[in-house]
Design a binder for this molecule. Structure first.
Ligand code: OGA
Ligand code: MN
Length: 295
């Protein structure tokens, strides 16, 4: 046995979001397939502290991806893909995000268009606490993913808006996914009050950091519970315009082998469109939330 000393893990903040210091960090010096308990504990803490973590140069099989994700907790089953399949190659925890078409059938979801700002699966009573995407194939241009810091969005709300927001609940729509595609088995309605979905507090407290954040989910078909639809639309527009300012966001340009892990409670994300003739394949896992978001 040698007394080999492993190089320490480095946590390098992105410093990308001008009004959200500490939002996003790159973790260097690790292989996600062989993490010690100590290394995992520092990653988990960094994830709470920085909300979004980037790991470069990982080459994970689906099994490796699931083994890493399980260290954070139980995994949710992935939502049904747009192609109607419940899961991929017998692995129900993996969600494939891809525009690639094989034998006339899309192998994944979200196509090549824009994916609008959202939080994953927040139409559920207890949405996943985290999601991670692993890049297997990426286009030469486009398809960047941006993240938004919902702590910063809350902390910087003008006082009058903050006072109005606390105590309200917002409906997280389950009709459409972030690519604008209808979810399997849903009959769309024009009225956000009738649409399937879940009401969650608009201002939530993060169960681990104790910090407060805006919890918006997605804009389309959102509704502030109990409010007249026109008034709800106006208030949501105001809050959304505030929350998605560039000063709270970090945009990630993908390389093959990247893994990005986000705290799904205190961030939102969106994706730029890309050339539909190019190939992009990402595999995602989502870690179960233990409780509904609380105010
Ligand atoms: C997701 C998602 C965007 C992307 O997998 O939840 O929103 O960049 N993906 O592929
Ligand atoms: Mn998503």
């Amino acid at each position: 046995m040698s007394n080999m000393v492993l190089p320490p893990i480095q946590i390098v903040p992105t410093s990308a979001a001008s009004d959200a210091p500490g939002f996003g960090a790159e973790v260097r010096g690790i292989d996600l397939r062989s993490l010690s308990e100590v290394a995992f504990a520092s990653i988990e803490q960094a994830w709470i502290d920085h909300q979004v973590l980037l790991f470069r140069d990982q080459r994970l099989t689906d099994h490796d991806l699931i083994m890493f994700a399980r260290r954070f907790g139980d995994l949710d089953q992935a939502p049904i893909q747009e192609n109607g399949q419940r899961f991929v190659a017998g692995i129900p925890e993996i969600y494939v995000v891809s525009n690639v078409v094989e034998n006339g059938v899309a192998i994944g979801s979200l196509g090549a268009g824009e994916a609008v700002w959202h939080t994953d699966m927040s139409y559920l009573e207890a949405p996943p606490k985290a999601s991670m995407l692993h890049a297997l194939e990426v286009p030469a241009a486009g398809g960047d993913t941006s993240f938004c810091d919902m702590y910063a969005a809350f902390d910087s709300l003008p006082e009058t808006l903050r006072r109005r927001a606390i105590g309200l609940r917002v409906k997280h729509d389950g009709t459409y996914n972030s690519g604008g595609y209808l979810r399997q088995g849903v009959i769309p309605s024009d009225d956000p009050r009738d649409a399937p979905g879940r009401l969650h507090p608009l201002v939530c407290t993060h169960p681990e950091s104790g910090r407060r954040m805006l919890y918006l989910g997605r804009r389309r078909m959102a509704w502030i519970g109990g409010m007249d639809v026109a008034a709800s639309e106006a208030l949501l527009d105001e809050i959304w315009a505030h929350a998605t300012q560039a000063a709270f966001t970090w945009t990630h340009r993908w390389r093959v082998g990247d893994l990005v892990l986000w705290d799904n409670r205190c961030t939102m994300h969106r994706r730029d469109p890309f050339d539909a003739a190019a190939r992009r394949i990402m595999h995602r896992t989502q870690i179960s939330g233990s409780a509904p978001p609380a105010g």
